[in-house]
Design a protein around this ligand. Sequence first.
Ligand code: EPU
Length: 302
Amino acid sequence: MSWLDDFASRIEHDVPIGHRTWFRLGGRARYLFKPRDAQDLAALVRRARQADVPVKVLGNGANVLICDDGFDGVVVRLDEGSFRRVERRGTQVRVGAGVDLMGFARTCSTQGLSGLECMAGIPASIGGAVKMNAGGRFGDFGSTVAHVQVLRRDGAIEDWPQKRVRFGYRNTNLGDGIVLSATLALREEDPLQVRRKYDENFAWKLLTQPMSENSAGCIFKNPTDCSAGALMDKAGLKGTRCGQARVSHRHANFIVADQGATTSDVLRLIELMRERVRCVFGTELEVEVDIWGSMSDRDGIR
Ligand code: EPU
């Protein structure tokens, strides 16, 4: 009898997942599971917890780096219809965790539902955007959220009103809870104006960041008083390489994975960047990207 028995026919084994991330790097997942609905996921999470098997949800893969030797646990994908529902009631929209943020934000803007223009060009699933409070110069996702439906690791499903969720800088107090859906409070405005704002924000993003290359957005969080990208630029890091991973010329807080790069190249470059900034400015940078697998533990990268 194994913890897997209840799900045996639906769990895939030894599945490549690196190509599902924006870096397009890294090895395989020991297991891959696509739950039918929230109850199905709750059952898996409960069983995996009893068996001490780690479970991670892979959304859009935009902020995840998977180690070369893969992830020894269950990777969950919220691909099924029940996680991709969008239900609108006036200006409140309930949206499933598996919905693609960029497409959703664009659709809302086109329909004159304002609040998500600041999300233009930010790659994420709704679940990831809630969990990390995705955002940038123009605002963050948390400011539109009215409710979050959360699955706890003991299998309980809870509804968190906005006042219970603490949206910080690229984090929340949701802990290891899995986001199932979010209800957003948007505003009805002139569709042309809203869409114009969205397009302006998107154009700015294209101009300042290497969006067409394989990267995971900003590698480090910004320190409280400055931009990590500006610090690394001043430290002369643009163009620096480890193997086939390099610091972008467009934005120094982006690592780009060229053809043939490995996760190990990226991790070495992360350490090199951090060391240089520590030496030049005495500032300790904190990694923003979520690193999955054994190499993150071994190298002590946080
Ligand atoms: N700068 C440089 N050189 C660089 C990069 C930036 O001099 O290589 C300067 C810029 O000219 C600007 C300042 O640093 O004066 C800030 O740069 P930017 O506006 O690009 O913002 P950022 O602080 O580097 C943050 C988010 C991005 C988000 C942008 C814009 C973090 C770690 N990064 O970057 O988010 O897109 O604002 O909204 O908070 C991400 O989190 O993955 C991400 C890409």
